[in-house]
Design a protein around this ligand. Structure first.
Ligand code: PSU
Ligand code: MN
Length: 304
């Protein structure tokens, strides 16, 4: 199994020296943002992580290998490829065995990060329980991964296109602590507030790191969700947000979009309806999460 993992030199050295590392995903690059903004975003996130004092490890799959810390050229190739599979836990092995390209969702990135020995990961917003899941049964494997893999996932909550109350309930059911950074509310991706609670609020990253560390140390076994709301002045205006969300959800229903296509479809419709405003907000929250994840990784890494 280990030979399937390819670590770049920086990541390899950081692991050997117990230094802070932040895992980053690639589905946001290939399916979450329009090309070439996905690649640009990935490079900015890596810089944000470095400036925060940690080593970035962007994760992707191709050539039968799991790359932990992909190069810029590899990132560009992955983003430009036409037939990249959006990898979760159920389609990972077959894509790997076929030697085909795959970008990693939160679920797949958590898997690769955990097995490489990286406990901190930054994304935009996790997947969760979809609206109308009572009919479709669509619940993101991100929740499954959070229930199984001890990785701290820094996010701006769950994507607003989801059923947020059910997503929050499910996190509790699965035993995944939701730690709010300077927020009492579970963030709604493009907006800071959802009206839903977090499990615990922390005023500093150091205090939060102590709780994350305790969660790992006692062997709880589940992941931790670090809820880091989008900065106040980067939020999507409320009226635009409400209208765009309504239109995107209606379009998905009319067009009968299902399965793995749902989230990319809704994000793209949000972009069209908002004239790119949703992409701006998405990028802002991603960068905010990368910066917090770097500080968290530094606070968690053993000092010498
Ligand atoms: N965060 C973003 N944009 C994204 C995603 C996260 O800002 O596109 C991706 C993540 O990879 C997440 C996926 O795992 O969306 C959720 O997909 P699904 O709902 O099909 O599980
Ligand atoms: Mn799904």
């Amino acid at each position: 199994m280990k030979e399937r993992f390819v670590l770049n030199n920086d990541v390899d050295r950081a692991l050997a020296g117990n230094r802070a590392i932040v895992a980053l995903e690639t589905t946001v690059v290939t399916h979450g943002l329009p090309h070439p903004q996905g690649v640009e975003a990935a490079l900015l996130l890596e810089d944000d992580v470095r400036q925060g004092g940690a080593v970035p490890a962007t994760i992707g799959v191709w050539g039968g290998e799991i790359h932990v810390g992909i190069t810029r050229a590899e990132l560009e190739a992955l983003a430009a490829a036409k037939d990249v599979t959006k990898l979760n836990l159920s389609n990972f092995a077959a894509t790997l065995a076929a030697g085909r390209p795959g970008s990693t969702t939160v679920a797949a990135t958590m898997f690769a990060a955990h097995h490489a020995g990286i406990p901190v990961f930054a994304t935009g917003g996790i997947g969760g329980v979809h609206r109308e899941s009572q009919d479709s049964g669509d619940v993101s494997a991100d929740l499954t991964a959070l229930s199984r893999l001890p990785v701290a996932v820094v996010c701006a909550g769950a994507k607003a296109i989801l059923d947020l109350p059910r997503t929050v309930e499910m996190l509790e059911t699965l035993g995944v602590p939701v730690f709010g950074l300077r927020t009492k509310e579970f963030p709604a991706f493009y907006r800071r507030e959802s009206g839903l609670p977090v499990d615990h609020t922390f005023d500093t990253i150091e205090e939060m790191a102590a709780a994350v560390s305790a969660h790992f140390a006692i062997g709880m076994g589940t992941g931790v969700l670090v809820a880091n709301p989008i900065p106040e002045d980067e939020q999507m205006p409320l009226a635009l947000y409400t209208r765009a969300l309504g239109e995107a959800l209606a379009a998905a229903r009319t067009e009968g979009v299902r399965g793995r296509a749902v989230t990319p479809f809704l994000l793209d419709r949000m972009r069209q309806v908002t004239g790119g405003e949703s992409v701006r907000a998405n990028l802002a929250l991603l960068r905010n999460n990368a910066r917090v994840a770097a500080k968290l990784a530094v606070a968690l890494s053993p000092r010498d």
